[in-house]
Design a binder for this molecule. Structure first.
Ligand SMILES: N[C@@H](CCC(=O)N[C@@H](CS)C(=O)NCC(=O)O)C(=O)O
Length: 217
């Protein structure tokens, strides 16, 4: 059955891979599943056709037959459940990998988004300079324990899982801030994720869209 996802017609990051379709593309690449991409403009995302797929008018969405999903956590989980390569077969290891997906989205991503918003959306506010260190420390409060837990392991639970895919995707947004480099094992962890052939394919595909080199479809 054909899988179709949506992505920005033009991503605000210009193709740095930070738009969330990249994590879905990555999961599909890890699972060896071909997919199509429907590009949407910011205005089309708020129109009824897209809102029927995504109530919040965002990307990415995921369509497969009569199934339509939104939220990258749900989409990546769906892909990981239906195909091999992203979740271990052993039930407890599988539950731990899923736990890391939730940890990435619920515990680690929120302060990172707060930092991104503080730096971009709130940068002209008179209180921004005073608030920034507080927000940065909230990020460190998540990275320090994560760094301790990872230690010198390659991945969070032995072999690579959807938990790592989500955690690396979330941490990638921090690179520009320099905070990631305060935790060399996390910086190396993210680099390992980015070095995976499936990630490279996902990254290159979204970059091609943003540089106008993607084939139609
Ligand atoms: N929690 C959602 C967040 C989706 C989201 O924030 N998407 C962004 C692109 S990365 C978006 O569509 N932004 C445009 C908007 O909100 O209008 C998920 O993980 O799928």
């Amino acid at each position: 059955m054909t899988i179709t996802i949506t992505a920005f017609e033009r991503s605000p990051d210009g193709g740095k891979g930070l738009a969330r379709d990249t994590r879905v593309r990555w999961a599909l690449e890890e699972a060896g599943q071909p997919y199509q991409v429907r590009l949407v403009s910011f205005s089309a995302m708020k129109e009824p056709a897209h809102l029927a797929l995504h109530p919040f008018g965002q990307i990415p969405t995921y369509e497969e037959g009569d199934l339509a999903l939104f939220e990258t956590g749900a989409i990546v989980f769906h892909i990981a459940e239906r195909h091999t390569g992203l979740l271990p077969a052993e039930p407890n290891a599988r539950a731990r990998a899923i736990t890391w997906m939730f940890a990435a989205l619920n515990t680690v991503e929120p302060p990172i988004l707060e930092l991104v918003n503080a730096k971009i959306l709130e940068r002209d506010q008179p209180w921004c300079a005073a608030r920034l260190p507080v927000v940065e420390d909230r990020v460190r409060n998540r990275l320090a324990p994560l760094s301790r837990r990872l230690g010198d392991a390659e991945w969070l639970e032995g072999s690579f899982t959807a938990g790592d895919l989500m955690m690396v995707s979330v941490l990638l947004r921090l690179r520009a801030s320099g905070i990631l480099d305060e935790y060399p094992n996390l910086a190396a962890y993210v680099a390992r994720g980015e070095a995976r052939p499936a990630y490279r394919r996902a990254f290159d595909a979204q970059l091609a869209v943003n540089t106008g080199k993607a084939p139609a479809g």
